[in-house]
Each structure stands twice: as structure tokens, then as C-alpha cells.
Ligand binder design. Structure first.
Ligand SMILES: [Zn+2]
Ligand SMILES: [Zn+2]
Length: 362
């Protein structure tokens, strides 16, 4: 049997190619994709801006699937639940090799072999390295979790990237009950962080430059919305956020990816508070920074990149336990799998927040 996967052939050019289906790897799985979403990183990859995923590679890292075949020795998911062919699952898009210095020091989210599978060329076996395919080959180092029947595929489709990253960011921020938490940026990650932080017991403020995005945040647990488009400059944006929280936020989570927002976030943290940096992932983009004021503030700056693999299991359980949040609305446009080019273009042009490829219907 053959399947189809999506290959980046050159920057801004993708092609769907057919390959013979591989056997599942020993200790891994062969999955049949149900849905795959276009996350912001996919757009960077499309432009040829990712340091590891370049032309010749397979696209797609977010999504939900069904087990097509279990690899040798696989009987359970990573939470210990029995796993069978036909079960719906989500998988971490990276592997945790457990055999490198980072893994050995307890930082599996920094595994130096994280993308060994994903960054392989499409013409290399097992071909189906990414989620933008009819099939997806999942290696033994990728953590897999079964999806409970009560959660729709659409609702869980963002779990293995957006929600897990946001969940990990809230844990890195060490959010406590009644903390005033500012989430900077109301895209997919910000919306997810709003939901998680509110359930952790925080008073959640979501701040955003594009006011149309703020409404959705209030459906995902935000208590206060800060429309930063009302401010004239950087100093006013900081002022607005500090005023909203009284003396500054206990925790600020920067999801924006805008270098200037990082400096504003530092200035918004209360003395002794914490800034978590998540959104800025492209190196060599700079911002002014005032180290003297920072030291005197006694604040902490923490980086959160990828997520500890077990967080994906918590993210799935979180969706299951919070039906009050409209999880399906994280995806705002469905495209048939053959229309992958249209989905990528719509995401690139910011016509949609999160496009989803419907690869197989439930
Ligand atoms: Zn992603
Ligand atoms: Zn490793």
C-alpha cells in the first residue's frame, strides 16, 4: 500500500508525494493522520527560515491520528493505557533520545537529537516523518498518548504543540493561586496559556496589539483584556500593563515573538516576579535591554522551549477536564488534505489564525 506526504521542495514550494507505506519502527507506531494543523513554525519552515527543517524535508508537526499498526513491543501508551490499532492518539513532534547530555541532565525538552526523525529527507525511509501526510511514522523516542472518546479530533488537534507549549510555559512560570499573570499575545499559544493559568488559580490578564483577537481570550479563561493598540508607544504599553495589575505582574508570559515586546515584558514584571519567554524563537533579532533596572528589580527571566514530553499527557487530560472552554475554536479554518498549499498560504497571509488539514474523517 502507498500513502501521500507533503514535502518542502524549495522555500515557499511544497509538493505532495507518494511512497510505499513503511512498517512501524520497533518500539514505535505507524499512524493514519486524521487532522494536522498549520502552526506558526510551519510558516517559518515554508519560508526556509528553520535551522533544521529545510528543502527535501516533510512538513507538519501538529495533529491527531489513529493507530494504523503497532511496532514491535508496543502494547501501551506513555501513560500506561492499553493501545490498539484504531485508537486515536497524539504524539510529541520531537523525540527524547534518553542518550544525550541534555536528556541525561533531565532536560528532555532540549534533547540534541529531538528532530533526528523529522529533519530527515522525505526520500529517506520511513518517508512519513511529519504530520502533513496520510500516514506518520512515530519513533520509539516520541511520547504517545491515547485520546479519550469524549474529546473530538478537532479539539485535540492543537494539543501536541500549542497547548503543550503553553502548559509548559505556565509550569516554568511557577504560577501560584491568586498570582496576577499577564499573557502577552492572544494567538493560539496565548489563548491556551490563558486557559491553563486561569485553572491554576491565577488572575489572568491578556494583552494584545490586535484588539480583534482579545474576544477569544475571554472565552478561554481571561479575566481582564488589555488593548495595547490604545497605547502610543512602548512606555505607554508598559504603563498600561503595570497599572492594570497594580504594581506589575507576578508572572508575565511573552508569547509574541516580537523582540521589543521582550523588553516591555521585563519592565512589566513586579519586583521579584518572573518573566517566561516563549514566543521569540528566531535568533539574531535584537532589542534594547536595561540590565541595571533588571538587576535592581530582582526579577527572574526564564526560557521555555518545546516542553517536557510528559506534558502532552497532561494537556490531553486538561482538555478532557475543561469542557467549558471551546477547544474546537482554536482551529478557525478547515482545508481538505489536497489543499495544503491553500492552507499554508492562508496561514502565511494571516487570513486565518490556525488552519487545519482534514486528512481523514473520523
Ligand atoms: Zn508548532
Ligand atoms: Zn537526547
Amino acid at each position: 500500500m502507498r500513502g501521500v506526504t507533503t514535502v518542502l521542495t524549495a522555500p515557499n514550494e511544497v509538493e505532495q508525494r507518494e511512497y510505499e507505506l513503511p512498517d512501524p519502527p520497533s518500539g514505535g507506531l505507524l499512524l493514519e493522520m486524521l487532522r494536522a494543523n498549520v502552526c506558526g513554525t510551519e510558516v517559518h519552515i515554508l519560508h526556509g527560515e528553520h535551522p533544521l527543517i529545510g528543502p527535501g524535508c516533510v512538513l507538519g508537526h501538529e495533529g491527531v491520528a489513529r493507530v494504523s499498526r503497532l511496532g514491535e513491543g508496543v502494547r501501551r501508551d506513555f501513560a500506561g493505557e492499553p493501545l490498539e490499532e484504531g485508537d486515536r492518539v497524539v504524539a510529541t513532534y520531537f523525540q527524547v533520545c534518553r542518550r544525550c547530555p541534555e536528556c541525561n541532565s533531565g532536560h528532555g525538552n532540549l534533547c540534541r537529537n529531538a528532530y533526528k526523525g523529522w529533519s530527515s529527507r522525505a526520500d529517506m525511509s520511513p518517508h512519513f516523518h511529519g504530520t502533513f501526510g496520510t500516514h506518520y511514522s512515530v519513533g520509539p523516542g516520541q511520547y504517545v498518548y491515547k485520546v479519550p472518546a469524549s474529546i473530538s479530533s478537532k479539539a485535540v488537534s492543537s494539543a501536541n504543540c500549542a497547548l503543550s507549549q503553553a502548559y509548559a510555559g505556565c509550569e516554568v512560570g511557577d504560577i501560584r493561586i491568586a498570582d496576577k499573570v499577564i499573557i502577552l499575545g492572544a494567538g493560539g499559544l496565548g489563548i491556551c496559556a490563558s486557559a491553563v493559568a486561569s485553572k491554576m488559580g491565577a488572575e489572568v490578564f491578556v494583552a494584545e496589539m490586535t484588539p480583534q483577537r482579545l474576544q477569544k481570550a475571554s472565552e478561554f479563561g481571561a479575566h481582564h483584556l488589555i488593548d495595547l493598540s490604545q497605547a502610543e508607544d512602548s512606555a505607554q504599553r508598559v504603563e498600561m500593563m503595570r497599572e492594570a495589575t497594580g504594581v506589575g505582574a507576578d508572572v508575565v508570559i511573552d508569547m509574541t515573538g516580537v523582540p521589543g515586546a521582550f523588553s516591555e515584558a521585563v519592565a512589566t514584571v513586579r519586583p521579584g516576579g518572573t518573566l517566561v519567554s516563549i514566543g521569540s524563537i528566531s535568533p539574531n533579532r535584537f532589542t534594547q535591554f536595561d540590565p541595571g533596572s533588571f538587576t535592581r528589580s530582582g526579577a527572574q527571566i526564564r526560557a521555555s522551549i518545546r516542553y517536557p514530553a510528559t506534558v502532552l499527557g497532561k494537556a490531553v487530560a486538561f482538555i478532557e477536564s475543561t469542557p467549558q472552554f471551546p477547544w474546537e475554536d482554536l482551529v478557525d479554518a478547515d482545508f481538505e488534505f489536497s489543499r495544503v498549499n491553500d492552507a499554508l498560504k492562508a496561514a502565511d497571509a494571516r487570513e486565518v489564525t490556525r488552519a487545519s488539514l482534514v486528512i481523514s474523517h473520523d
